[in-house]
Design a protein around this ligand. Structure first.
Ligand SMILES: [Zn+2]
Length: 341
């Protein structure tokens, strides 16, 4: 587990004694360690090595089964995707919750606690949420429910009021860098800056060439847009808004806004002349060119708007097309980027 020290300190010792609440809300940006913490908590509660340490020993059979998703007392519930039909079910269904509840009512089979991890809890259908509420109102004594979500505001207030909040914070760059070097060697240190406080992103970049490629493609797409005239920009917006699966569409837009706000932020930093503050040091040249074209104030304003739009995309039913058109209207234009692309 990288970062979240205060949260771990608060939770770890209590979990070792089995002194935990029946429901927790793990919230914070994607890739920040919510799922890792949920796994470690499940391991602490069911580890077979005495004395139990915070996070579990990691090597006993119980810990290994939990790590691999094979422990009978630890269940994870996610949105179903039927690959054969290529049909992304939009929600976690009430049937999934009912099935879980039947299990949860029984005593643990191998461990001390039955742990249910729901990720992303904002995917719960309305009926599923109402069904879940019953469990949170009268939980079996051995039950611990961990609801993971980057958007807790989308949960019913009646659900949230029965959960202990565990808000995740950004992790310091140095701390991520140390973890990267320990795991992958010195050359991996360069992935700490682009992770922007999210250890999951740093590790994915260090391990996955595909992820690095995707990142480069997003960057190219952004700079190409900066060098495009309005007609091309609107065509781009229309094409992206055309994705019919609304969940997938939100993800496509969200990924871009997150990625691109970092490029805009870097340009703003380049404009202030602060050295060594960049999240994407290998794009320093582009950041400098953008900064020469647009005032720092406008860049900061754009980055803030992008964060707001990102929230609108994931938390509300705002029109994707309108939002994207607004974005391309606000995006600075620089014809030198057209030549480069
Ligand atoms: Zn263990």
């Amino acid at each position: 587990m990288i970062g979240q020290r205060r949260l771990l300190a608060r939770l770890g010792e209590r979990a070792v004694r089995g002194d935990v609440a029946h429901g927790y809300e793990l919230s914070g940006p994607r890739s920040i360690g919510k799922h890792t913490l949920a796994t470690r908590l499940a391991q602490t509660l069911n580890c077979a090595t005495e004395p139990v340490v915070p996070g579990g020993c990691g090597v006993c059979l119980a810990c290994r089964k939990i790590e691999r998703g094979l422990h009978p007392d630890v269940r994870e519930i996610t949105r179903l995707v039927d690959q054969a039909k290529r049909d992304d079910r939009k929600n976690i269904t009430i049937e999934q919750i009912r099935e879980m509840q039947q299990d949860l009512a029984l005593r643990p089979l191998e461990g001390r606690r039955r742990v249910v991890i729901i990720d992303d809890a904002a995917d719960l259908s309305e009926h599923a949420e109402v069904a879940l509420l019953k469990t949170l109102e009268e939980p079996p004594p051995h039950a611990v429910l961990l609801l993971i979500t980057p958007t807790p505001s989308r949960l019913l207030e009646t659900i949230r009021s029965r959960l202990q909040p565990l808000p995740f914070r950004s992790v310091a760059r140095l701390e991520i860098e140390r973890a990267l070097v320990a795991r992958f060697g010195q050359s991996a240190a360069r992935f700490a800056a682009p992770a922007a406080g999210k250890p999951g992103i740093a590790f994915t970049l260090a391990m996955d060439e595909g992820a690095r490629g995707a990142r480069t493609r997003f960057e190219a797409e952004f700079y190409r847009l900066v060098g495009s005239k309005l007609t091309e920009r609107f065509a781009w917006a229309a094409a992206l808004a055309d994705e019919r699966d609304s969940q997938k569409r939100s993800e496509l837009i969200e990924t871009r806004l997150v990625n691109w706000s970092e490029l805009v932020r870097d340009a703003a930093v380049a404009g202030t002349g602060v050295a060594d503050g960049a999240m994407r040091p290998d794009r320093a040249e582009e950041s400098r060119r953008l900064a020469a074209k647009v005032t720092t104030r406008d860049l900061v304003d754009l980055a803030q708007r992008m964060e707001r739009w990102r929230r609108d995309v994931v938390e509300t039913t705002v029109s994707a097309r309108m939002l994207l058109e607004l974005f391309v209207l606000k995006l600075p234009y620089d014809e030198t980027f057209a030549e480069a692309a």
